[in-house]
Design a protein around this ligand. Sequence first.
Ligand SMILES: Nc1nc2c(ncn2[C@@H]2O[C@H](COP(=O)(O)OP(=O)(O)OP(=O)(O)O)[C@@H](O)[C@H]2O)c(=O)[nH]1
Ligand SMILES: [Mg+2]
Length: 222
Amino acid sequence: MFDRDIRVTVLGNTGVGKTTLINRMIGTDVKKIVSKKTLEINIEEKKIKLKSSEDYPWYSPEAHRKYRIIAIDNPGDYKLRRKWREAMRKFKTDGMLFLLDPDQSVEVQRVAMEDSYNYFLDSLDLKPEKADKKAADTKYIFHFVVNKVDLFSSEDPNEFKMSPKIKEQAVDFLAHFAPTMDEFKTTFPLSKFGISYLSTLYSPYKSLDKLFEILKVFLYQT
Ligand SMILES: Nc1nc2c(ncn2[C@@H]2O[C@H](COP(=O)(O)OP(=O)(O)OP(=O)(O)O)[C@@H](O)[C@H]2O)c(=O)[nH]1
Ligand SMILES: [Mg+2]
């Protein structure tokens, strides 16, 4: 009875790691599976007790609460992009996780980001001010994940650790998207945009936990 939901639409260009992130969330050993392009919208869910619950005293509901994560996995291929609109209109989620891959062309990813932004408007309200107000009122999630940060590391990826140097490179990569981000921020001044840096293949589970923790705080505790 303490359980709560976190519903997200997962978007991003093909091959950025959307399905890998979701597989990691549901507990699949992603290093053992051969990943295939996603062609249809898939819905996965998992109940998770976030690590932060340990910080609460036993009499707090938070110490016992589980979060049911419902993730809508979308195909990233350009030809299947119209499915994003379908997903955003059909499934009422708490918002979107937008993945970026530092190994791909910035340009194609920027176009994908703009598509997501258009579908975002499309599903909330076509007038940006109204959409912004709605997003702020409903605490709509618009969270960017710079994935595959292990690619910045020259060391053995299996030993991968998120060093300050890697973080710095990930921030540099994200800077390529600064004009698009600024546009978002000017169009949606009331909305909040979050950013995480991750390797869905090599980051320890606690990094994923932290991502959901951020979404939880945003939805339920701010
Ligand atoms: N190095 C590295 N590779 C990754 C990481 N995450 C995913 N990959 C690889 O990237 C490839 C694509 O991953 P997917 O999860 O299928 O990508 P997707 O975004 O679901 O792609 P579509 O379904 O086509 O939209 C796979 O070969 C993954 O193993 C990561 O953190 N680091
Ligand atoms: Mg996929």
